[in-house]
Design a protein around this ligand. Structure first.
Ligand code: NIG
Ligand code: FE
Length: 391
């Protein structure tokens, strides 16, 4: 088991204040990192104090940041929604009803097609620095189609979410209660073994508070941990429900009352913001500044899906959050790494400190600030996961 010394790091973001400049990012200038043979970080700090290792790799003065943790995506689907997007950019509003278009395409696709799509989007994400990702079902909406989505997802990540309650299935439009019974009964039976998380789209046109509570508590009864699509398109009960149930994360958080902000600030639920969705639906931005000032923990993720946010790029989301949501470049990077890890209740990723998985991105830039300063520029020069260079 050989150890590797990563030298010549112009600026290292550790997300461990004790290792660096005492800021939340724990930045170390002129740094080095030692990776153990098991793929974890053995040591991080100023290059001058680095211990010896078996092999060395020169970072060439680049900035090094933890691999991005994308804690919210919907990557098991077929087809796309180009026509929806085109219509939206011609003035039509976003509607959750479009989800059914993707449901039809997904049901019609073979397992091989679905997995090839997933692999393609994961490749995109990896090349942009994502080293941990969560993904969901939600475009099957039958027992078989939801279970197969989760089985396919589970081949690629441990962070798999059952979202049978994405919208009411086309077969149950006239009887939503029967669909909730299906989701909380046979569908959950088939899906729970393949998932870690349970999610629900709590929104007008999807599921109301009582239905959402039924879905989440049924999932919790099977050992799944809740997360909620909350307050995306309108004010509503999703955030309060998420906090009340101790959900790991309330996602979107675009329309928040003061009481919602207080609940997030005082509870353990992470507020996950998904600026790609507001960008691609021309909706109002979530107010990250308000959440941060209140003391909430904020994560940033892509929400990558064909309907509301067809981007796999965490750097793009960082740039939007800085430009339009009141985050500083430091806060946005923290939220895209340590914040995502918090939303997934992980301590082994999202930081570059001893014991963490050696997931890192070397940026073609002197500092992490360039992620927001140089929007749209492919800065991820090298991407390493568990101590192995993949890009
Ligand atoms: O997170 N809000 C619900 N689900 C997705 C959109 C899904 C779709 O439009 O296909 C979201 O934005
Ligand atoms: Fe989503």
């Amino acid at each position: 088991m050989t150890t590797t010394l990563l030298t010549g790091i112009g600026s290292l973001v550790t997300n461990d204040p004790t290792l660096g400049d005492l800021s939340p990012l724990g930045v170390v200038a002129d740094a080095a990192l030692v990776i153990d043979g098991d793929g974890t970080v053995a040591w991080a700090g100023p290059a001058a104090g680095a211990p010896a290792a078996d092999t060395a790799h020169d970072a060439g003065g680049r900035a090094c940041v933890p691999g991005f943790v994308d804690s919210h995506s919907h990557l098991v689907f077929a087809g796309d929604r180009t026509a929806d997007f085109h219509a939206r950019m011609s003035g039509r509003p976003y509607s959750a009803g479009g989800i059914r278009t993707t449901v039809a395409a997904t049901r019609a696709a073979s397992d091989e097609e679905l997995e090839a799509n997933l692999t393609r989007y994961l490749g995109e994400a990896l090349r942009q620095g994502t080293t941990t990702f969560e993904t969901k079902s939600g475009y099957g909406l039958t027992v078989e189609d939801e279970a197969r989505a989760l089985r396919i997802a589970a081949r690629h990540t441990d962070e798999v979410t059952f979202l049978g309650a994405h919208v009411v299935s086309p077969e149950h439009t006239d009887d939503p209660a029967a669909y909730v019974d299906l989701v909380t009964g046979p569908m959950l039976d088939a899906c729970a073994p393949h998932a870690r998380w349970v999610d629900v789209f709590c929104e007008k046109g999807a599921f109301d508070a009582d239905q959402a509570r039924a879905v989440l508590t049924a999932g919790m009864g099977r050992g799944l941990v809740p997360r909620v699509h909350a307050n995306q398109l309108s004010f509503g009960p999703g955030v309060q429900l998420a906090v009340e149930l101790g959900a790991a994360s309330a996602d979107h958080c675009t329309h928040l009352t003061d009481a919602d902000v207080d609940a997030l600030a005082n509870g353990s639920t992470v507020a996950t913001l998904l600026p790609g969705a507001e960008f691609s639906t021309r909706a109002r931005w979530p107010d990250a500044r308000r959440l941060l000032d209140a003391g909430a923990t904020v994560a940033l993720s892509t929400d990558c899906n064909p309907g509301s946010s067809f981007t796999s790029s965490m750097p793009f989301c960082i740039a939007l959050a800085v430009r339009d949501m009141g985050m500083t470049p430091d806060e946005a990077l923290w939220s895209a790494t340590a914040g995502g890890a918090a939303a997934l209740r992980r301590t082994d990723v999202g930081r570059l400190a001893p014991g963490a998985r050696a997931d890192l991105v070397l940026l073609d830039a002197p500092s992490h600030v360039h992620l927001a300063y140089r929007p749209g520029v492919p800065l991820a020069r090298e991407v390493w996961r568990a101590g192995r260079r993949l890009v």
